[in-house]
Every structure is written in C-alpha cells, then in structure tokens.
Design a protein around this ligand. Structure first.
Ligand code: XUL
Ligand code: CO
Length: 437
C-alpha cells in the first residue's frame, strides 16, 4: 500500500525530556489521570475539512500547501484516495476519532441524487477504513454554507426550496453518520443569520430553524440514531448576525423551541473569543446548565479579529478548558475536535503532524495541570468558602426559595449593615495557577 507520510512512523510518547519534534512529551494515551485514561478524558478527533481539504487559500491568495496525493480535481477517485491519506495520518498520530462534513469527504454532484451517491461511495470506504484502523467517527455534519444556493442561509433561507434542499442534505448526512457509528451529529449555523434587518423577517427565520431541528431529530429517532445532537455557537462570520451567537443565545433558542432534550452545545475557542467571551466562560455557562456536549479545540489570534482557527498551544487555555471539563466529569459522548488549520506558510505534509502533536500535548498538559489543581483543592475550597454565607441561615433560605423581600428587609434591618466584604484574592489565585504551569 502506498504511504503518504513516508518520513513519519507511529508517533510515540517519549516523556517531557524528549527533544524529538515527532514525539509526544505529555500525551500518554494509557496514562491514568483521576481514574481514567488520557484517551478517555480527551477523546481527540482530527477534522477532515482543515486537515485533508485545507489548501492554504486566503481571500488574497491561491493555494500554498503541498499535498502530493491530491490531484487538485473534485473527482471521486481523488476523494477515495484521500481516505487512505486520512487514515494513515490518523493512525500514525494515534487519535481515536475524526469528524467531517458531507462535502469534505465526497464531491458534490450535478444533482442531489449524484451527491448522495458520491457520499455513499466514500462512506463505504470510510467504513472499511474505520474497521481496519479502529478509528471512530466522533461526529458528522452537513456543509450548508459553501454552495451559492445557501447565500441567504439554509434552514433560515427566505426560499423554501433552499430549506428543502438543506433538509435533504441533512437527512442524508444523518444517515451516513449513523451508518458509520457516529457518536454525535453537529449543526453549525453556517449562514444561519443575516446581513441586513431591512430584508429579514427574524421571527420567521428562527421559527424555520427550529422546525428544521425538530425534523432532524424526528428523522434521527426514526432510524434509531442514538448519537448526541450538538449546536455550535459562533457570533459572526460568515453573516453579520448569527442566530447561534454564543452559548447563551443558543440556549435561549433551544429552550424557547422545546429542544432542550434534543441538542447540546459544541463549544469552540475561536468562536468564544469572537463573541467577546473567554473559552472558559462559554464552557462554564454551558456546563452549569447541563448542555456542554463537546468542544472544537483551536485558538484565535489576539491581533486578528477573525476566525483564524489556529492549533491550541497555550497551556493556560488548555488548563482552563480541562478544569471545566473535569468538573463535569468529562465530555463523553463528545470529544476534543481539532477544528484547526496549519498556517498557509506551513506548507509541508509533516506540518500537519507537528500541529496535531502540539495540540494534543497542550491538552494533555492542561489535563495533568487541572488534575493537580483539583487534587490540592485550594481553588475549589476558596470558591466554596466565598459563597459559604448561602450554606446556612438566611443565605440558605434565599437559595431554597423560602424567604421573601419582606423577611429579608426585617432580617437586615435587625442585623444592621453587612460585614465588610472579604478580598476576592484574584492575584493570589492567578499566582496559584502559575505554580502548576
Ligand atoms: C466554522 C466551524 C465549522 C464547524 C462545523 O467556523 O467551526 O467548521 O465546526 O461545521
Ligand atoms: Co468548529
């Protein structure tokens, strides 16, 4: 069998002292952290779109990346060969999962029937490759944003036929995800949003989006798909106003339209920061409401205001992410999908390995650091203590809803002014995190 990465063997864990750029220094798949293997905590996935379809184009420039296996055509042959490339890459990297959009893996045909047939053909090969490699599908999704027919949106298009087209594409993508044993199915809004209030009926668009989700769920149930549905918030890009702006907007939509039992959230770092939030904020917000389902691991650039989708290497970021994930006991059936791309100047196939190794090591370190912080317990104890006035007495009554404004007024009049506030100790706690980094 042809090899597409001849200069790379299976990536091994060599420990923190290793200077080998093609080895893990922290990601040791079987190592147990808080009673679970690193693999199980992290559930890494490679994304098909950036890793096997990215070619280095940007709005100002042509493709730059050297991908010797790719003949540059949108043929089925090329797509089928790419499956071999992908599975060699993922096997050598040692990731348990991958994710794709329908149009990443198979070319769009000249009719929807032809597109479905292309997808089926590639899915047959993906299924064999999954079987022989043991690599599984974390999630599938449909690309409802690239084709010009979706310029005004898909489920939120003003054109009902476009809605129908998107529905047909999603039905097929759910089918294929199910056939491949996918553990989740993702809905990222793509162009579900708008550019101008003057031409938009927001109420109808949101109603349509909800109808779309309910129908997708009905279909998934009807074929026995047991995977988790996930919504992926993103505030802007491509549209100016995306309906799935952030975790809070998504949750409001999900609640309003009776979808709480149907869908959880897939939170992405660069989307969180585009929304003016930290990743930790978005994760915590979703987690406390029981809807943190999965993450797209990447990072933005503070100096660039768009979705740069860089590989995560910042240990503070991964520590913060893992603190929230560990607090909620993991992500299963979700995982950590590297929705990240190499820079267009990182042109060699081997750069894909450096990028993923770095991301996986950054997360493994974040996991170990978060576990150490949790073991010492200073952070949790501090926060617990900070709210201890709600553990008994009047605070307890406030929390369990057994008091009223009248009672609180008499209470505080009798007690007098509240005691002086305690310090928030932010700097001390930041220093504490630094002790572990
Ligand atoms: C776009 C993005 C998507 C989703 C899947 O910013 O993150 O790739 O993850 O559609
Ligand atoms: Co994403």
């Amino acid at each position: 069998m042809a090899t597409y990465f001849p200069e790379v063997d299976k990536i091994q864990f060599e420990g923190p002292q290793s200077k080998n750029p093609l080895a893990f220094r922290h990601y040791n798949a079987a190592e147990i952290v808080e009673g679970r293997s690193m693999t199980d905590w992290l559930r890494f996935a490679v994304c098909y779109w950036h890793t096997f379809r990215g070619n280095g184009t940007d709005p100002f420039g042509a493709p730059t990346l050297n991908r010797p296996w790719d003949d540059g055509t949108d043929s089925l042959d090329n797509a089928l060969r790419r499956v071999d490339v992908a599975f060699e890459f993922m096997t050598k990297l040692g990731v348990p999962y991958y994710c794709f959009h329908d149009r990443d893996v198979a070319p769009e045909g000249s009719t929807l029937r032809e597109s479905h047939a292309n997808l089926e053909a590639v899915a047959r090969k993906l299924k064999e490759a999954q079987k022989s490699s043991g690599i599984k599908l974390l999630w599938g999704t449909a690309n409802l944003f690239s084709n010009p027919r979706f310029m005004h949106g898909a489920a939120t298009s003003p054109n009902a036929d476009v809605f129908a087209y998107a529905a047909a594409q999603v039905r097929k993508a759910i089918d294929v995800t199910h056939e491949l044993g996918g553990e989740n199915y993702v809905f990222w809004g793509g162009r579900e949003g708008y550019m101008s209030s003057y031409n938009t009926n927001m109420k109808r668009e949101l109603d349509h989006l909800a109808r779309f989700m309910h129908m997708a769920n009905d279909y998934a149930q009807s074929i026995g798909f047991k995977g988790q549905f996930l919504f992926e918030p993103k505030p802007k890009e491509p549209t100016k106003h995306q309906y799935d702006f952030d975790a809070a907007a998504c949750l409001n939509f999900i609640r309003q339209y009776g979808l709480l039992d149907v869908v959880k959230l897939n939170i992405e770092t660069n989307h969180a920061t585009l929304a003016g939030h930290s990743m930790m904020h978005e994760l915590e917000y979703a987690s406390i409401q029981g809807v943190l389902g999965s993450i797209d691991a990447n990072t933005g650039d503070l100096l660039l205001g768009w979705d740069t989708d860089q590989f995560p290497t910042d240990i503070y970021l991964t520590t913060q992410v893992m603190l929230v994930i560990m607090k909620q006991g993991g992500l299963r059936p979700g995982g950590t999908n590297f929705d990240a791309k190499v820079r267009r100047e990182s042109i060699d196939p081997i750069d894909l390995f450096y990028a993923h190794i770095g991301g996986m090591d950054a997360f493994a370190r974040g996991l170990k650091i978060a576990a150490a912080i949790r073991a010492e317990g200073v952070l949790t104890d501090f926060v617990k203590d900070r709210y201890s006035s709600y553990d008994s007495g009047i605070g307890h009554k406030i929390e369990n809803g057994t008091t009223s404004l009248m009672e609180l007024e008499s209470y505080i009049i009798e007690k007098g002014a509240p005691a002086a506030n305690a310090s928030g100790r932010q700097e001390m706690l930041e220093n504490l995190i630094n002790r572990y980094i």
